[in-house]
Design a protein around this ligand. Structure first.
Ligand SMILES: [Zn+2]
Length: 374
């Protein structure tokens, strides 16, 4: 597929000029504005499933995102923002506003296409980012804006990229994702389906790569998520307040230490942070060497039949997630435990419900299916 950008009344794509990055710096600044006092992700007590779902997506972006459901005060945002500090590096084309992948010239933006023709591609390493999509962001801010008058004169230079451009090959974090305006949800669904963001204004159309990992968080008490969007997000985890007394005490103590001296607290956890970073990088390297056996696939298919899911997307998502989980556990083979962990995150929001029927996901039933005792 080619992303030749402008269709409609504009034919010529002018030579790209150096574009000032101010707007992007702005967006980045929003995404990392808590950086000065960021709570280390490795200092979060409990909430293992949420942390694992986030980390697995960082290791393997093709998993397809995660939705975190839970009440306020369950460390949802702390975890997602903290993830930014342990994300692995990716290779990008230097100066590209769309974070084009040097290994994927098919999906280059128009500027990188042009650079390639001139032999001016420069490969850089950059850590993956957590890009914020604030609820209430304007459409222009999200998908980018197109100045029609300028477009006629200057072509694609008239396009001012938005949040979805910055999010390409990164994580797109939407807190209160259930409260998003419909137009943003539509834009997210379009981009998620094609890996491309297209902006059309008065017969002029601009497209650029927009392949991001959606990380949404929501408090279900404030309303549900549109089913189409729910279906697009691969994993779902529920976070609850922790009932364990010792863990609750630990949470208070760590918070107090952090508030008293955030820098010292961060130094205390730097070792843990580094361990997590190294583990993610290793898992990424191992991922390509993991083989899924036919027996693994049989188990996954049996689970999906037993749980009555729609279509085949769940099978594929469970396989990817189980494979990534094996890599995170530093194993080259997928075990039934990997499959169970994956299914627990993929299945709960994908079970087909008959009208008036409240079918609940059950971890016991899952184990029974995997162990062949059903
Ligand atoms: Zn590019």
């Amino acid at each position: 597929m080619s992303f030749t950008n402008i269709t409609g009344s504009i034919k010529e794509v002018p030579k790209p000029k150096e574009v000032k990055r101010t707007r992007f710096e702005d967006i980045q600044r929003t995404a990392t504005k808590t950086k000065r006092v960021m709570y280390p992700i490795s200092a979060i007590v409990g909430q293992e499933m949420m942390l694992r779902a986030l980390i697995l997506n960082a290791i393997n972006p093709s998993i397809g995102g995660v939705l975190i459901r839970g009440q306020k005060g369950t460390a949802k945002s702390t975890a997602v923002r903290g993830l930014a500090e342990i994300l692995p590096e990716i290779e990008v084309i230097g100066g590209c506003k769309y974070n084009c992948d040097p290994l994927d010239p098919e999906k280059f933006c128009w500027e990188c296409n042009d650079k390639q023709k001139k032999g001016m591609i420069k490969i850089e390493k950059a850590p993956m980012k957590v890009v914020d999509l604030p609820v209430g962001a304007t459409e222009d801010r999200v998908v980018g804006s197109l100045d029609i008058e300028k477009a006629v004169k200057e072509g694609v230079q008239a396009f001012e990229p938005g949040i979805l451009a910055n999010a390409n090959r990164n994580l797109l974090y939407v807190d209160e994702i259930n409260l998003l305006d419909d137009f943003v949800v539509d834009a997210l669904l379009d981009a998620a389906a094609m890996g491309v963001n297209t902006v059309e204004r008065e017969g002029v159309s601009v497209s650029h790569p927009a392949n991001f990992i959606i990380v949404g968080s929501m408090n279900p008490e404030e309303g549900e998520l549109r089913p189409q969007l729910l279906d697009r997000i691969a994993l779902q985890v529920e976070v609850e307040g922790i009932a364990d007394i010792e863990q609750r005490i630990e949470i208070i103590e760590r918070r107090n230490q952090f508030n008293k001296d955030p820098q010292q607290f961060r130094r205390d956890f730097e070792n843990e942070q580094e361990k997590l970073r190294t583990r993610i990088i290793k898992a990424k390297q191992l991922l390509g060497r993991i083989t899924t056996t036919r027996e693994n696939l049989r188990t996954i298919a049996q689970i999906c039949v037993a749980f009555n899911v729609d279509g085949h997307r769940a099978d594929i998502m469970i396989e990817r997630t189980a494979r990534t989980n094996a890599a995170y556990e530093n194993r080259e083979r997928i075990t039934n435990e990997d499959i169970i962990e994956a299914a627990e995150m993929v299945l709960p929001h994908r079970m087909r419900k008959k009208p008036f029927e409240e079918e609940e996901f059950s971890a016991e039933q899952l184990r029974a299916v995997v162990n062949g005792t059903v």
